[in-house]
Design a protein around this ligand. Structure first.
Ligand code: OGA
Ligand code: NI
Length: 348
């Protein structure tokens, strides 16, 4: 398979080429432009106890209502008590850092191929005059197991493959529990979303590296977007901030809460919940001194599944907002390319 000729951000920096035009965001309009790295307030989202969400106690009900309130406003929660131990999460962080610290030739063994989304590479170039994100990534489909393409799974650092497999299996439990909790928080039968999500659902894990950036005011780590998943599990860097969420047109930074998994609603969950749970627009800003890493897992409904608002959430008072969609991720890229919010395509 042909490997594309691209330069990762790490290579651009190492070559000392200065900042390429391709990463610079042109000022919008004539007025003063807010620097991309301007200080923003911290968002006020709760840490939710996953274990408690599944209990039928009084405390459990209270936790469900906290979940409901956070997902219907921000679309984001920090999940604690998720059953994945701190040493295990630390191993993921460590392996991620070790992978990106490898020599280019070693990383290129897992390089993305033309026409593929999986593998190691820079921001995908989807259109000609695209301003590139200041990010390198390793993108891997981890589930179902028969869809794995091991050529994209690093053999170095040692233990990467085994650990990613183990992480995938641990996340599956969290995913199932979180779907059940969301259903319960909307007073639905526990499996309402899981049934639609399907047995054939896919998990894609994206290891992200944001190298230090000489112009954090004009260069962005990840452009504003909402995720095309049902929801996304994110391990944000434990030391370096950068992730921001938008609410009512303003940006807020996500707090760093050790040992929690950040879960944000994606477009397909917004559709299934008939718009009650919001798929938030978010972005990543860059940092002049420090590199930042993160690990995102996208939970994507099976390609054979029709995704639509669950019947119980449609009523005269709350009419159906979204059409039935299938293979939403394909539609997602088409809209993304045009700089539009993909979920608009699903609106009735
Ligand atoms: C993403 C994303 C956030 C981060 O990969 O879709 O939003 O903190 N990542 O890297
Ligand atoms: Ni995202």
């Amino acid at each position: 398979m042909e490997k594309p000729k691209f330069k990762t951000v790490q290579e651009v920096v190492a070559a000392g080429e200065g900042l390429l035009e391709r990463y610079l965001h042109a000022p919008i309009g004539d007025g003063e432009v807010q620097p991309l790295n301007a200080a923003v307030p911290e968002m006020d989202i709760p840490a939710i106890d996953l274990n408690l969400l599944l209990s039928s106690s009084e405390d459990g009900r209270e936790e469900l209502s906290k979940l409901h309130s956070a997902l219907s406003t921000w679309g984001v929660v920090q999940v604690m008590n998720h059953g994945i131990t701190e040493p295990f999460l630390d191993k993921i962080y460590k392996l991620t850092k070790e992978f990106f610290a490898l020599p280019t030739e070693e990383k290129q063994k897992c390089a993305r191929e033309i026409g593929s989304i999986q593998g190691y590479g820079n921001d995908m170039i989807l259109w000609d005059d695209q301003v590139l994100d200041w990010i390198d990534r390793l993108y891997i489909t981890t589930y179902p197991e028969d869809q794995r393409q091991l050529k994209f799974w690093p053999q170095v650092p040692l233990g990467f493959r085994e650990t990613l497999h183990e992480y995938t299996m641990k996340q599956r439990i969290v995913i199932e529990q979180f779907f059940k909790a969301m259903a319960r928080s909307l007073e639905l039968e526990e499996n309402s979303f899981l049934d639609m999500y399907g047995e054939s659902a896919t998990m894609d894990t994206r290891f992200n590296m944001y190298p230090p950036c000489p112009m954090p005011d004009k260069v962005i780590g990840v452009k504003p977007h909402a995720d095309g998943s049902a929801f996304t599990l994110l391990l944000p860097d434990k030391d370096v901030e950068g992730l921001q969420f938008q609410k009512d047109g303003k940006w807020y930074k996500a707090p760093i809460v050790p040992d929690t998994i950040l879960i944000n609603v994606g477009d397909q969950m917004e559709i299934m919940s008939n718009g009650i749970y919001k798929s938030p627009v978010h972005r990543v800003v860059t940092n002049r001194e420090k590199e930042r890493i993160s690990v995102a897992t996208f939970c994507i409904p099976g390609a054979d599944k029709e995704i639509q608002p669950v019947d119980e959430l449609v009523s005269e008072a709350r009419p159906r907002l979204y059409k039935t969609v299938k293979k939403y991720v394909e539609l997602y890229f088409k809209y993304y390319q045009q700089g539009r919010r993909p979920i608009e395509a699903a609106l009735i």
